[in-house]
Design a protein around this ligand. Structure first.
Ligand SMILES: NC(=O)c1ccc[n+]([C@@H]2O[C@H](COP(=O)([O-])OP(=O)(O)OC[C@H]3O[C@@H](n4cnc5c(N)ncnc54)[C@H](O)[C@@H]3O)[C@@H](O)[C@H]2O)c1
Length: 266
């Protein structure tokens, strides 16, 4: 596939200091996009931008706390100041919180997770779309990193599930809003993906996640990165309003008839 249409496109990636955001930023950089890496950690975020430049790409780091709307506006303004335009934004920064029944969450948990996963994504889409319009971008895009929790509710994850369903909803509405103007809006919905989210998980838990997935393994962050590259390219101009799972069929259905085998495979 020819991804040369992305060359020279300017894109912001939030939460680019590690995990899925880092993979997306690096894959964008490798393919000739100008990448603005946004994250809170100066050390880690700058290291990702430096690695892209060391590989012959073009990237800068802008320190941003994506749970603060004014910092997201500043991120978009600074990007346009630096590169002269904006073609797309990947709103990836997000936190997980879960593993308890709804009543055990505190009200403060609600504010914390909604500030980043919902309000932060809304602000990225709003200020991103404004700048893409002003840039008269041909082939503009908004990509949100949601989750399979945006498609299928996850037990014990009331707040995370609510935010990710909200992201999928906003994605679809914005796709309707911007389709006449040629700006695509899509959500990537990762399943169990090997990032720092699972950093402290015991081996037993990782084995469980791999087994729970029909593909029999966890995903790699790059598998989301290549989908983001495709969605950013002009090959995907007719794909908009989609929430696309990258999950080894985890969200496709139940595996409860797990012992059944097709006779042809015996
Ligand atoms: N890893 C998975 O299995 C998985 C599954 C479904 C969805 N997701 C989603 O993918 C996205 C990325 O997650 P990940 O697995 O790469 O996690 P990660 O923890 O490895 O990376 C998260 C990134 O977001 C950044 N971040 C966190 N809070 C921030 C803030 N306030 N401001 C700016 N940046 C902030 C972190 O610094 C980091 O760069 C999240 O939205 C997450 O909900 C991940």
């Amino acid at each position: 596939m020819d991804f040369s249409s992305v060359k020279g496109k300017v894109a912001i990636v939030t939460g680019a200091s590690r995990g899925i955001g880092e993979a997306i930023a690096k894959i964008f950089g490798e393919n000739g996009m100008k990448v603005v890496c946004a994250a809170r950690s100066v050390e880690q975020g700058q290291a990702v931008a430096d690695a892209i430049c060391a590989d012959g790409g073009d990237a800068v780091f802008i320190q941003t706390d994506c749970s603060d709307v004014s910092q997201i506006k500043n991120l978009v303004d600074k990007t346009v100041e630096h590169y002269g335009k904006l073609d797309g934004i990947v709103s990836n920064a997000g936190i997980g919180q879960g593993g308890s029944p709804l009543h055990e969450y505190e009200m403060e948990d609600y504010d914390k997770i909604f500030a980043l996963n919902s309000k932060g994504v809304f602000a990225g889409m709003k200020y991103g779309a404004e700048a893409i319009f002003k840039s008269h971008s041909q082939g503009g895009f908004l990509i949100n990193v949601a989750s399979i929790a945006g498609i299928i509710p996850q037990r014990g994850q009331a707040l995370y599930t609510a935010t990710k369903h909200g992201v999928v909803g906003m994605t679809k509405v914005a796709a309707l809003d911007y389709a006449p103007y040629g700006i695509t809006v899509n959500a990537i919905c990762p399943g169990y993906t090997k990032t720092s989210i699972f950093g402290n998980a015991p081996e037993q838990a990782l084995t469980f996640f791999a087994k729970d997935c029909p593909a029999g393994r966890m995903g790699n962050p790059e598998e989301c990165g290549y989908l983001a590259l495709f969605l950013a390219s002009d090959l995907a101009r007719y794909i908009t309003g989609a929430a696309i799972p990258v999950d080894g069929a985890l969200s496709a259905g139940h595996q409860n008839v797990s012992t059944w085998k097709h006779p042809l495979f015996d």
